[in-house]
Design a protein around this ligand. Structure first.
Ligand code: SF4
Length: 432
């Protein structure tokens, strides 16, 4: 596939931005000042956008994975689900309401009956607009996904690639089957749920624009309503080393992004440089908590965000279960951390960049500050690199700007990895 390479100036600017983001993440997301919440979290009058549920169990642990999970143990997992339902009931009894539920893991479907009981409990207690659930391809072969129909509105399937070489390098071949087998399993899923999202990745070593195009064409031939695709995120903490053997060169990402976009936009609309929705579909709910929406996390290893507070639950599963028994009326939040106004404003800028237009008014409405006064360095960088250009009420994001937004999004994912890594260490420190 042909594409115009980035100029030397643009490549240098992007790598300078990467370094700057790493530095900022390490500063703004350090948990060195995290502390136990000093006040009860009061339920707001309006529903919170997302209730996030974390299921931290997997049958085998993939070596590059930074998510919070342990090896499956049925007794522990059943105790965990019980504690999770107890926390959900407490949170709803405290007056919290939510627009949607997102179930992530780990392997969310590891105990189908427990997952179903948990979703049914939520739906019996409060009105929810949408339930999203992550899953992996093998579930549609070994599990009974039809049991989730009517309960899950959006099924998000982590595929990453259909290329056997990549599946083997990442340990997914042994776990989920060959690319062709996974393709056949997912085929069964597409008709079961109102919305199916497929997660695909690029940025693996040895991938070429042509191999990415083949992968994405295969994904599109399954006709999921949504395809999410972004580069492998090596992270900034310990996970960076683990990812080194499977990551491709940073300099290859531009060509891979352009290829992914040209391939997907033949039948899908780009909603963000990392999310594509099937043309003529109603707008699809996004996977990540965006636009400054609040999110409440329940379960071990869950994060939440309320305005400028990050809320973190215990990353020790037994500790989480015990704490539910000791204080059943409270939520499971163990730590909180203040997020700086600067970090929140940079997040807004990333979302606006992702949407394709950076509007003065929208930014002011969200933050109460003018764009240039709040983020002079960031705006100067975007203009100087040609990532944005003037538009009637703000700035239009260029092709280069879409790539910058994607890199900012990767930085956001690295930040989440970094938080998880530190949260695990907080638990170990507490145990000493
Ligand atoms: S990649 Fe998925 S299956 Fe593998 S350990 Fe992580 S959460 Fe579990």
């Amino acid at each position: 596939m042909d594409f115009k390479p980035l100029s030397g100036f643009s490549s240098m600017s992007i790598s300078a931005m990467d370094k700057m983001m790493q530095w900022q993440i390490q500063n703004s997301l350090s948990l060195s000042d995290a502390k136990a919440p000093n006040s009860m979290i009061i339920a707001p009058e309006q529903p919170i956008e997302t209730l996030y549920l974390h299921i931290p169990f997997c049958h085998t642990l993939c070596r590059y994975c930074s998510f919070h999970k342990v090896k499956f143990n049925e007794v522990l997992a059943r105790d965990y689900f019980k504690a999770l339902r107890q926390e959900i009931s407490s949170v709803i009894n405290l007056g919290f309401r939510f627009n949607r539920v997102y179930v992530g893991g780990g392997t969310t479907t590891i105990l189908e009956d427990e997952l179903i009981a948990t979703i049914e409990l939520i739906l019996s207690k409060t009105r929810i607009r949408e339930v999203s659930c992550e899953s992996d391809p093998i579930y549609f072969h070994e599990g009974q996904p039809q049991r989730l129909t009517g309960l899950v509105d959006r099924m998000s399937i982590g595929v990453q690639s259909f290329e056997d070489r990549i599946l083997k390098a990442t340990g997914r071949y042994e776990k989920f089957g060959s690319g062709q087998e996974q393709y056949e399993y997912i085929h069964k899923a597409v008709s079961l749920f109102p919305t199916v999202n497929m997660d695909m990745m690029y940025g693996f070593t040895g991938q070429t624009p042509d191999s990415i195009a083949i992968d994405l064409e295969k994904a599109m031939s399954l006709q999921p309503e949504q395809i999410t695709t972004y580069p492998l995120t090596p992270g900034i903490g310990k996970n960076r080393k683990k990812c080194a053997s499977i990551s491709g060169m940073e300099s290859e990402l531009w060509g891979q992004f352009v290829t992914a976009r040209s391939c997907l936009t033949t039948a899908y609309d780009m909603e963000f440089p990392w999310t594509y929705s099937q043309r003529k579909q109603r707008p699809v709910e996004h996977k990540y908590v965006l636009d400054g929406e609040d999110c409440f996390g329940v379960g071990s290893g869950a994060f939440g965000r309320f305005g400028n507070r990050f809320l973190i639950s215990s990353f020790d599963i037994q500790d989480y279960i015990d704490s539910r028994k000791a204080a059943p009326a409270r939520s499971g939040i163990q730590f909180e951390k203040q997020i700086s106004d600067q970090a929140l404003m940079q997040h807004h800028l990333m979302i606006m960049m992702g949407h394709g237009i950076v509007r003065h008014k929208e930014f002011e409405l969200h933050t109460g500050q003018s764009l240039w006064r709040a983020l002079p360095l960031e705006m100067s960088f975007l203009l100087a690199t040609g990532a944005i250009k003037s538009h009637s009420d703000g700035y239009q994001v260029t092709e280069m700007g879409q790539f910058v937004a994607l890199k900012m999004f990767s930085g956001f994912l690295s930040g989440m990895d970094y938080l998880r890594e530190q949260a695990r260490e907080l638990v170990q420190l507490q145990a000493c």
